[in-house]
Structures are given as C-alpha cells and as structure tokens.
Design a protein around this ligand. Structure first.
Ligand code: SF4
Length: 567
C-alpha cells in the first residue's frame, strides 16, 4: 500500500511502517501511528515560529510532536526526531476541539505547528486546520514542504501561512544533507503555494561552503517576487554535525548582503546582536533582536508597514521560561545530559523522566529559574540534579559533592580579591549582553567579579548600544560558549566601531568552551575557567585534571548538543 503524503511515497506492507516511522498500513489504510498526539503546546510570539512579516508580534498557540521524514545532520530538533521511540510515551492526546478551545481561551491569533515536521501528523493537522478555520483562527506550519502535490493541495485549502524550511537548492544537497530523493518537489510546491496565494516565508541554513546554494534559492524566489522574506539560519552544528560547518556571524552577514541583491527582505537568525534582523525602509522600520535559537523579538516599529500581512500587535508577548520554539529542545537536551552524567542512558528511564517533567511544568519552570532567575544561585543547580536523580532512582552524591567541593574552594579563595574587576558576558557579538541574572553572570559573580546591571532583559539577553558598552567599560569580557564568536571577531568589531574599552586595551577577552557555562553539567568547568582568567594570581584550577573525574566526557556530546546518548 502506497503512502502518498510525502515524496518518499513509501510502499508499506500490512502492519508495517514507512521510512519516517510515523505511518502504518492498517487493514489496507495508511494511518498515523500517533493520532492527535503532541509533545508540547505553548503560546508563542509568531516571530518564534519564525514568521517575520505575518501578523508581527501576535500571540499564537504552538504545537509540536515527534518524528521527521528527513534525516538532517545537525538538526536543532534531533533530540525529538532521532529518538521518537523514546519520546512517544511522553505524548499527550489532544483533540482538535481541545486545542481550539485552548487557543481561543488564551486569546491567540491562531495555531501553528513547528519544531518537528508537520508532514508526520498529516491527518491530525488536516482536521485541526479545518476546524481552526471554522473558528476564525489562523493556521500555519513550518515544514520542509516535501509533501506530494495531492497532499499539499488538500492541506493548502486551510493554510494561512507557511514557513518553508529549505535545506539547499540542488538535488545533491538534498540527498547529502537530509537524505531526501530530490529538491525538485520542494521547489515545485513553492511555486504551487505562490500561485495559490498562500502566504509563505522561506528559511534556509547557511552552512560553511553552501553559499552558492543560498544565492540560487534567492534567484529562484526573486523570479516569483522580490518581496518573499528569506530567513538565513546561521548553522549551529547540533547533534553529530561537524563544528567546521559553522560560519561566523560576520561571514553570514556578508552572505546576507549578497542575497539582498535579489530579494528585498533577507534576515539573519542565530546571530545575537546582528542588524540583519531589522526591516529598514525609508518610510517604515522594525527593529528586532535575537530571542533564542531561531527566534526574534520586536524592539520597535515605526512608520506605515509595507509588505507585512496583518497588523503589528503593539504589545510583545513574553514567552514563559524554557517554553516556546527551540528553547525546549535545549532544555530537554540538558536534562538528558544531567541524566547521562548520573549514569542514566537507557531509553526506558529517560522516557520516564521526560514524560514526568513534561507533564508537570513545575520542574522545567524551576530549572529555568536556576538558569535565569533573580532569586536563585549556583547551589540551586544541585536541587535540579537531586530532583532528576530522585525521578530516575539514581544517586546524585558523586556529582553534587564534586560541585560542592569546587564551590567551597572558590569561596575560600575569593576572599583574596581586593578590588573587583568589572566583567561583561556576551553572546555572539559585543553588543548582545546576557541578562544580569543569567547563569553565566552568576558564574562571574561567584568568582568575585562585578557584573553588568541591565535595565531590561530578553531571552537570553538584549542588545545594548555602543555608547552603553563604552560607558560601562568592562575590564574583562567573556563570550558565551553557545552561539559563540571568536575572540578575534570580538576585537575586530570593537576596532571597527571605536569601542576602546579596558578589556580590549588589556586583551582580556575570553571565549568559553562550548557547554562550559549555561545549563549543562559542565558549568563547573566554566566557573574554574572564568576564575583562572579573571584572577590568575588567586585561582589556578587544573581544569583538565578535574575534567577526567567525569569519565572522559561521556556525559555530553563533543559538538553543540547538551547530551551524550540515549541507548
Ligand atoms: S510520510 Fe513520507 S516517509 Fe512517511 S510513510 Fe508516508 S511517504 Fe513514507
């Protein structure tokens, strides 16, 4: 029996599954294995979908589940996609009516499906989209658009907007990057959406070396319309992708400039501090800033909107804690990382823990509070570890004792700090300051550094002006290990913009190794790293030596994911 939902067109035997693992042949019918089953349902600002020119700033209810028909290396959602069999027990069954009632109750403008591939929930979403339309709610998806023409034709009747997640331009790239058969069906479907007046924006990763693919996509789109927004996702290599594939923010910015020769609206994501999230026309402007992986938030909007669908909501919607977009995938990875450090790698226990914490949002709220809360400190991380140990029935004492010993050591030594140096913790570029109460700043403060006091906060920080940075004049700078930048890029930016702060004069700019600061089990190494860099006369931690206490890094990955394994 053929499955005609996507272009793999799997031939599925009775009681068998297609290659995505999400559809089966039951009595001669193709059915979803997990109908109306979702992993999470949270309100988001539409920019988190991400959509930038469609009802900007409005609140939408976002749904996500498990599975994908593509197998992309370095996918930000791989923890849910590759381990679908682990997460299936954490799924919640919600009827279309229940979802619609929730969206209406919460005053959402509409419903969106993202994080994993909506092709995997085709029949559930078709029903939901139809009913959303009847209830006057907008409905949209983020998809790789590998649908068959027939499947898209049916769904399209109820779609108000689409974020088309491209992987490249050519068949070779699609085959290599995501194991799809060809890129042609996707571009055929783009034309089909365009001809049928379905609003869409296009997102595409910038992987080092694939620039020509993006230029060809921009040329292709420009033949349809110069106004189609193109979102360039600077590639951050999650999962098993090579770190060599990550372009620097300045390299991605150069590419955006080239793409703007073909399209009027090209935006750059995963690049805190970049100006290429802004829409700037003579008569109209929207200023945006980084708001987590693949997210953006509006800082201001002025003038009469051009090429924007719908009105711009005046009030930002602030997403809750780890919820909204890809933050949850990072949080789940961190939880799995902690479990790995506690010696838990088996599917059964991990499934049980994930199911438990997704059902009871208190744990994730508390975990987020330890990472970005005003009233928490480093010791609260022990509570997170202890709670996970309790749920997984493991012993946390070895890990917690190790943390405690290092913290006690730092407490004793920091008594020798006479005059506190002023520190500044950034992500991506020199003007993206991490929140005052973020975990990274807690690390800096713990070793005896002064930290910046921001008047506003974001996720995970906010843009500050050059003048504000110059006025603060930090003595030492730390660059986050996650969504990072090289020290030389930091120096170059400051030189270009005449930012002559103390840290530049004394060459005290330090980049944290990945995973050594925010949230993961290895933060204790970040603490030691910061201590050594800030006050070398006081601290001299032998980090490598301590490092091997944890069985040769078997608890986190070597690239940009926060966990090591589920077996
Ligand atoms: S959705 Fe695609 S990959 Fe999944 S069973 Fe159907 S044709 Fe195969």
């Amino acid at each position: 029996m053929k499955c005609n939902i996507c272009e793999f067109r799997c031939d599925i035997q009775e009681s068998g599954c297609g290659i995505c693992g999400m559809y089966e042949n039951k009595n001669g019918q193709i059915v979803e294995r997990f109908k109306n089953a979702y992993l999470f349902i949270n309100p988001i600002s539409i920019e988190t979908q991400p959509m930038l020119h469609f009802f900007p700033n409005h609140k939408f209810l976002q749904l996500g589940s498990i599975g994908c028909n593509f197998k992309c290396e370095g996918c930000v959602s791989n923890v849910f996609v590759k381990h679908a069999e682990v997460f299936k027990n954490a799924l919640k069954i919600l009827s279309a009516e229940e979802i619609i009632q929730k969206a209406l109750r919460e005053n959402s403008k509409g419903i969106v499906f993202g994080i994993n591939e909506p092709t995997m929930q085709y029949f559930s979403l078709l029903d939901l989209a139809k009913k959303a339309k009847e209830s006057k709610l907008l409905f949209g998806i983020s998809t790789n658009l590998y649908y068959t023409k027939g499947a898209l034709e049916e769904l399209m009747k109820y779609l108000d907007f689409v974020n088309v997640g491209l992987k490249g331009y050519t068949q070779t790239t699609y085959k290599k990057f995501c194991k799809a058969l060809d890129s042609k069906p996707v571009f055929r479907n783009i034309v089909y959406l365009f001809k049928n007046n379905v609003y869409f924006e296009v997102s595409i990763p910038h992987v080092k070396g694939n620039e020509i693919e993006l230029i060809n996509v921009a040329k292709f789109l420009s033949k349809l319309s110069h106004h189609i927004p193109m979102q360039v996702m600077r590639f951050v290599p999650f999962d098993n992708a090579s770190a060599e594939l990550e372009p620097s923010i300045s390299e991605s910015e150069e590419l955006v400039e080239k793409l703007k020769r073909y399209l009027d609206y090209v935006y750059l994501f995963n690049s805190p501090g970049t100006k290429y999230l802004n829409t700037t026309l003579d008569e109209f402007s929207i200023k945006r800033y980084f708001y987590g992986p693949m997210g953006a938030h509006i800082a201001s909007a002025t003038g009469k909107p051009t090429h924007i669908v719908g009105n711009i909501c005046k009030k930002n919607f602030e997403e809750d804690g780890f919820f909204g977009g890809y933050r949850l995938t990072r949080a789940i990875e961190m939880v799995v990382g902690i479990l790995n450090a506690l010696g838990v790698k088996d599917k059964k226990t991990i499934t049980f823990v994930i199911g438990t914490i997704l059902r009871d949002r208190d744990f994730l709220a508390f975990f987020h509070e330890t990472q970005d809360g005003e009233n928490t400190n480093l010791e609260n991380y022990f509570d997170v570890v202890n709670l996970l140990a309790k749920i997984s029935n493991t012993d946390s004492s070895k890990l917690v004792n190790f943390y405690s010993e290092v913290l006690e050591d730092v407490k004793q030594k920091r008594k020798n700090v006479d005059k506190k140096l002023k520190s500044y913790y950034v992500m991506g570029t020199p003007i993206f300051a991490l929140n005052t109460h973020r975990f990274e700043n807690k690390l800096a403060s713990f070793v005896g550094l002064e930290t910046i006091k921001l008047t506003k906060e974001g996720k995970p920080g906010v843009n500050i002006t050059h003048e504000e940075l110059i006025a603060y004049n930090p003595d030492i700078v730390f660059i986050s290990g996650f969504i990072s930048c090289k020290e030389e890029d930091f120096y170059a930016y400051c030189q270009t913009h005449n930012i002559n702060i103390n840290a530049i004069k004394t060459k005290k700019v330090f980049r944290l190794p990945f995973g050594w600061d925010f949230g993961t089990v290895e933060w204790i190494f970040g603490l030691m790293f910061i201590a050594n860099a800030a006050y070398p006369d006081i601290y001299s931690f032998d980090i490598e030596n301590k490092y091997y206490l944890f069985k040769n890094k078997s608890y986190t990955n070597t690239n940009k994911s926060f966990y090591a394994n589920i077996v």
